[in-house]
Write a protein that binds this ligand. Structure first.
Ligand code: C2E
Ligand code: MG
Ligand code: MG
Ligand code: MG
Length: 291
């Protein structure tokens, strides 16, 4: 009999205890109450080492709590924000929130690595790297605990400037992940030159791999490429047990997806971690706690 589906509750469920933070100059409570722009908050999704079942990190994902539409996923928001100075403000907020969260978890004895996303535009000046360096040193969070995810598309848009920014981050000890790998056209020349620590296989390939042999073949070759380049490889969008087992067989290091857990507010993550028992692909029944 198939094991119980371990997915957690519906994504975008507002959390109980974690206060949403208004964005300086973006969100914040409306003064007249008439057009409340809502607030942004961070959700965190666990990343699991496939061989051991251990939780090795989390990815911080932006959520916009809209007064009427409820919790809005970042896709739309980021696209609009990127057209203006709003993106810069959002990124500043994300950096501050995630590093503060790491400091709070540290104080509570939770030593996770957290990854945050930056957009193309953020990489065109040294500002984001300076801010990260400054916030890390003021909060006492070790740089190794932080990772920055850049998309393959961002990399190709302006390789030279992006290289300058990520080299700066690399020098201070922050890890760099290449996100959505397989959706852009990075040359292998490029990949070899960049100070990357991780490659994230785009979820479009992972979602299809249990049913589509072509997707499975593509994922396997990406895993091999990452291995050859000495990079940790993460599969995003792991929704079911079969995919997780296939990834294990292919030698993938880390899984991130609904099979283990949906993104959730920081306080829910702490409760989830307390209930979580490592599951290994070779092991017996799969038991991942429900939210
Ligand atoms: P991403 O960085 O590739 O993040 C992974 C996305 O996959 C997230 O979508 C996550 O919720 C979703 N996901 C995780 N597991 C599964 C699964 O098993 N199945 C499926 N179908 N989806 C899964 P989300 O949170 O909607 O974010 C979308 C994108 O928005 C992110 O893609 C990232 O590019 C961008 N984004 C999110 N937060 C931020 C942020 O703080 N700053 C910037 N610049 N971009 C962000
Ligand atoms: Mg990402
Ligand atoms: Mg991705
Ligand atoms: Mg993606």
């Amino acid at each position: 009999a198939p094991p119980p589906a371990p997915g957690t509750g519906p994504a975008g469920q507002p959390g109980a205890g974690s206060p949403a933070v208004p964005v300086d100059g973006v969100g914040g409570p409306a003064r007249d109450g008439g057009d409340d722009p809502g607030e942004i908050t961070m959700y965190y999704q666990p990343q699991i080492a496939i061989a051991t079942g251990e939780v090795v990190g989390v990815e911080a994902l932006l959520r916009w709590r809209h007064p009427r539409r409820g919790m809005v996923d970042p896709g739309e928001l980021i696209q609009v924000a990127e057209q203006s100075a709003v993106m810069r403000l959002l990124t500043r907020r994300v950096v501050d929130d995630v590093i503060d969260q790491l400091a709070a978890w540290s104080a509570a004895g939770i030593t996770l690595r957290a990854a945050l996303n930056v957009s193309v535009r953020d990489l065109h000046t040294g500002e984001v790297a300076d801010q990260i360096a400054d916030r890390l040193s003021r909060s006492g969070v070790r740089p190794e605990r932080l990772q920055v995810e850049i998309t393959e598309g961002a990399l190709m848009a302006d390789p030279r400037r992006v290289l300058a920014t990520i080299s700066q981050l690399h020098r201070i000890g922050v890890g760099i992940a290449l996100d959505d790998f397989g959706t852009g056209y990075s040359s292998l020349q490029h990949l070899r030159r960049l100070p990357l620590s991780e490659m994230k296989v785009d979820r479009s390939f992972v979602l299809g791999m249990a049913d589509d042999p072509d997707d499975a073949a593509i994922v396997r070759s990406m895993i091999e490429l990452a291995g050859a380049l000495g990079l940790r490889v993460v599969a995003e969008g792991v929704e079911d047990e079969r995919t997780w087992r296939l990834l294990h067989a292919a030698g993938c290091d880390v899984a991130q997806g609904w099979f283990h857990a949906r993104p959730m507010p920081a306080d829910e993550l702490v409760a989830w971690l307390a209930r979580y028992r490592p599951v290994r692909p070779g092991g017996p029944g799969v038991q991942v706690p429900r939210r």
